[in-house]
Design a protein around this ligand. Structure first.
Ligand SMILES: *Cc1c(COP(=O)(O)O)cnc(C)c1O
Length: 361
């Protein structure tokens, strides 16, 4: 006899992060985890260093200053914000508070995999709604709702597809969802989004009792290493999550750096513009090579590698040989695709040249 984990735990396929090493001796360019190539705001790095003087003190367990700064910059009530060790932690807390064994969590076909992992961790069933053209189909989601559905997770824009649904599609989804089901809108890449018909989840949160918006400091703010995210939600959901949250779940250096990062709106704006420019460039140049690039509004894009001559597997290996680490997305049901994060100018150019060489072989 030995201890055994709960039912379902050993069925979980562990999350596979983007690779960060390539062949010894080649310059490594990591384009596999949607990190910003511009790094964090210098002000955030400075604030992080300053926090080193207080490592012997516990952090402020309610992250009041950080929540107030988020509230100010995003024009939201600070009492309806909770911070987490990455938005990953908040996804987990939400599921632990609202989902139990045999309940259902509803996800789009190529949706972010952390929803599935946390749902499985409580023995819940994960239901995938089919997509059309790598895009969330809100009517397919609504069709898949049952009496057991507890949470619908929508990443908008979605990772790994980069596609988004419009504000009116999101509203249609919300309006037709039973009121006891949580609509969790994961806006991890929202700060990068530019289309006019896109909006983040905050309006829906303000006007309903069952919508939450998840945000992260890991993407445009460049603080992935610190693990920092936040959720804006109705007060009753904040209350439930706060009851099961670890009392000191985010660290003082993360709080300090987060405050400085979010205040440096000029840096954020420049990062957004840089991304827009190189996202468009990469899209155009890869399309010119004859490959299908799926439209993305994030800081990454999905490229289809034609199966007849080549496969995504070989393309990935070819790039890796040259130190270019991108992401295979087989586990997202996209075996013919690679996900490529936007890098620095020379990195983006290196990706295009390497793909060109690969295709000509
Ligand atoms: C990167 C990402 C997150 C953020 O995760 P953190 O835990 O905050 O680093 C959340 N959702 C999606 C869809 C992501 O791609």
């Amino acid at each position: 006899m030995r201890p055994t984990p709960n039912a379902g735990i050993l069925d979980i396929a562990p999350y596979v992060g983007g690779k960060s090493t390539a062949k010894a001796g080649v310059r490594v360019v990591k384009l596999s985890s949607n990190e910003t190539p511009l790094g964090a705001s210098p002000a955030a790095i400075e604030a992080y260093k300053e926090a080193a003087g207080n490592l012997h003190r516990y952090p402020d367990g309610s992250a009041t200053k950080l929540r107030e700064t988020i509230a100010e910059v995003y024009n939201l009530p600070s009492g309806q914000i909770v911070c987490g060790a990455g938005s990953d932690e908040l996804i987990g807390l939400l599921i632990h508070a609202y989902v139990k064994a045999d309940d259902e969590v509803l996800i789009s076909e190529h949706g972010f995999l952390m929803y599935k992992i946390y749902a499985q961790s409580v023995g819940a069933k994960v239901i995938f709604a089919p997509e059309k053209n790598l895009r969330t189909d809100v009517d397919a989601i609504l069709k898949a709702v049952t009496e057991k559905t507890k949470i619908v997770f929508i990443a908008n824009p979605n990772n790994p597809t980069g596609s988004y649904i419009s504000a009116s599609e999101m509203k249609h989804l919300h309006d037709n969802l039973p009121k006891n089901v949580i609509l969790a809108i994961d806006d991890a890449y929202s700060e990068y989004a530019t289309p006019d018909d896109y909006s983040d989840g905050s309006e829906l949160v303000k006007t309903s009792e069952n919508t939450v918006m998840l945000r992260t400091f890991s993407k445009i703010y460049g603080l992935s290493a610190l693990r920092l995210g936040w959720m804006f939600a109705p007060a009753h959901i904040i209350d439930a999550v706060n009851r099961i949250r670890g009392p000191f779940n985010i660290s003082t250096p993360a709080i300090s750096a987060g405050i400085a990062a979010i205040r440096d709106t000029g840096f954020t704006q420049r990062t957004k513009e840089f991304n827009r420019k190189w996202l468009d460039w990469l899209n155009t140049e890869i399309t010119k090579l004859g490959l299908t690039v799926h439209p993305s509004i994030g800081n990454f894009l999905i490229v289809e590698i034609p199966v007849e001559k080549h496969t995504a597997y070989y393309a990935n290996a070819y790039l890796l040989e040259r130190g270019l680490i991108v992401r295979e997305v087989v586990n997202y049901g996209l075996p013919n695709c690679l996900r490529i994060s936007i890098g620095l100018e020379e990195d983006n150019k290196a990706v295009v040249s390497a793909l060109k060489e690969f295709l000509s072989k």
